[in-house]
Design a protein around this ligand. Sequence first.
Ligand code: ADP
Ligand code: ZN
Length: 248
Amino acid sequence: MRLVFFCFTPKDYQHCCPRSYLRNKVMSIHIIQHPKGTEPEELTAQGTDEHLSQRASIGWVEVIAGSMFSGKSEELIRRLRRAKIARLKVQVFKPEIDVRYSANHIVSHSEMRHESGAVKSARELLAEVLSATEVVGIDEAQFFDAELVEVANELARRGVRVIIAGLDQDYTGRPFEPMPQLLAIAEYITKTHAICVRCGQPANYSQRIFESEELVAVGAGNMYEARCRRCFVPHADAPTSYITEAED
Ligand code: ADP
Ligand code: ZN
């Protein structure tokens, strides 16, 4: 994508001969190349006047974080689709644990989907990335092991744009590893919010509404609810052992 700004004022025009005007004014167009399918608004922190070839070889990490139903997968898919429109070579991964809706697609709650590979570990993900790949998308990052942080850094170092989506808190409201580390190393962070099903305010929490002893219980619609800070009830549905541990 390109943004083109024309430098033009009537005063400049009056005092320039047409030729120098063309050379110095009309031709002083700032063309901003947005590498790897990025949005204009996403580039504000990058500045706008770096040399194009310098830009093109630099990779980075973007993290999309929020509660369940907040639109993380939708936003990830949107960015991936735009990267593909820009004819960039894209690969997408999700953890093997999450095959709720499809084994070979990431699927949002609104039925948006994008093909993906399922991998067991961060190391396996790295091994699957082809040398020509320019953009790597990763969904449900909270289900990956801690090595995902190093893998994201390694891919960015190679020049890859890494887009990671994941739950930043578990159902008890605690930071969900390895998301805190990924947020720390990311150049760009997007926080998404759902709508609280109780009161309609922006929701930042995923309320578990079923009994389970497991910290990780992969589910959706009828197992979790989006809740705001006021409506979220920490530990209400947590296993007894967890509540005891938290109170100690
Ligand atoms: P996430 O990846 O964060 O779980 P998705 O991208 O899969 O979110 O789904 C977002 C979609 O979920 C919304 O566009 C909307 O259609 C649907 N949705 C269902 N419940 C809610 C809610 N409580 N708040 C916002 N969106 C919701
Ligand atoms: Zn609420």
